[in-house]
Design a protein around this ligand. Sequence first.
Ligand code: TPP
Length: 547
Amino acid sequence: MTVQPTETLADSTTSADAIARRLHAAGVRHAFGVPGGEVLALIAALERAGIAFRLARHENAAGFMAEAAWHATGAPGVLVATVGPGIANAVNVVANAQQDRVPLIVISGRIPEAQALTYSHQVMDHQAVLRPLVKASFEARAGACAPMIDKAVRLALDPRPGPVHIDLPIPVAAAPEPGAGGAPLRPALSLAAPAPGPDLDRAREMFARAERPVILAGLDLLAEPGAAQAVRRLSAAHGIPVATTYKAKGALPEDDPLSLGGHGLSPRSDAQILPLLRAADLVICAGYDPIEMRAGWRDPWDPARAVEIAHAPDRQYLHHAAVSWSCGIAAGLEAIAQGLAPAAAWPGGEPARTRAALAEAFAPGGAWGPAQVMHVLNAMKPAGAVTTVDSGAHRILLSQVWTCAAPGELLQSSGLCTMGCALPLAVGAKLTRPEAPVICVIGDGCLDMTLGELATLRDLGLPVVVVVLVDGSLELIALKQRAEGLPPAGVAFGTSDYAAVARALGGRGATVEDAPALRAAFAEALAAPGFSVIAARIPPGGYEGRI
Ligand SMILES: Cc1ncc(C[n+]2csc(CCOP(=O)(O)OP(=O)(O)O)c2C)c(N)n1
């Protein structure tokens, strides 16, 4: 008897369904964006597949929410943007995904080709706009979206992660694509160990001889489960101090005496850490990606004393190393140290002095101001909290003061360093890790840029604590103007009553002007069922000489 092929209801699916189902199979449970007529079929398909479409107030914010979802789940972030203005609004967050190594799938809706020949309203070349920023841009083809989306997912996640764009014309989204379940996604690349040979011999010899080794851990750690543990094992077994970039903060818990904290954007911390790196006789760069670093990090150590293990070859040339591998961080560290006995690391005790000098440089000080705010919050933050911080003077100070127990506890934009990331990162973090307390620390300039996302917190019922430092100044830029002897221009603005704004948007609000009031407001906010805004009014010029 011949079995007739039957097309079941489940098989009569569209290319939009294929995309949605494959994303679901890749672990995606939330997509973020602002709808438009050109993405309606996709949004409906996402919801059919079990992926909730989350409305943001701006596409840029939606992209940061998607980034936070990736941090929480390991599945790529998904941003949906409509034709023209939608994708134009998303450009900043796509650039961020490129520079901060975020696997972000950006799907834009597009009008039909035939229509575009004679119709130009809102129409622009999405692929041409995004191509310089993405790892790839696909134009979706009717009936062939399953393999395309699988490739896009893999490409976004493969080292180093980054954004991938899919341009989806309306007729393609609606085209039939039966059997959208498809073959399984290619497994993640296994990250190899360095091959045996003269390079490994040399690195092992450098390791065996080292008396003053330092590990410098970077953002590749975020993309390799187990890498932070390998850093910890090596540090503990050989007494090696660990410095990190901002993204890798917590590679070694920062209350560990061997932790030298996070670095990269603060000249004040550079003044302490760079001399130690120059004094080291071995710098082990573990997943170090210099995209996060300022110019002070140009050739910061003698290359003959550096060994580099990273997920991708360095093409930036900001730093150099005698031996350099593209490989897994854990496998690389183990290969270098395997079987070698611990040497007496830093017999002169310099790392402990550097740690103490860093603590002194970023001490709270006696007077109320941003340093006190950061110290109060850091001391009170619950274990396992996820904190997000925006770009500006407040971020640099917070990153130096904040103690992280694991990478991913502090989310920020440290590659692109864009304003407008912290509030949407907090939305995405709380949505996808509801059990974790989520704290957003933000400057008033950055909050003004993203204020609408407080309404997103309300709509999604997310009890995030937002602490805004209110000084009526784009203070990082004001500091630069003053340092260059320029008169202030374009940096001062009127302050708003953010506590009242929070209440108007359905949250709680408090204004504080000293440490006891901050402590009380923070404790209350952490226990509150909805979102809270604590406006910490700080004196003008409060960051001067502190970052
Ligand atoms: C989108 C964007 N625009 C401009 C800048 C330049 N910039 C960096 S920090 C900053 C000031 C941020 O002000 P605020 O949020 O008040 O933080 P503060 O520096 O006062 O701590 C500006 C304008 C940027 N990084 N990103």
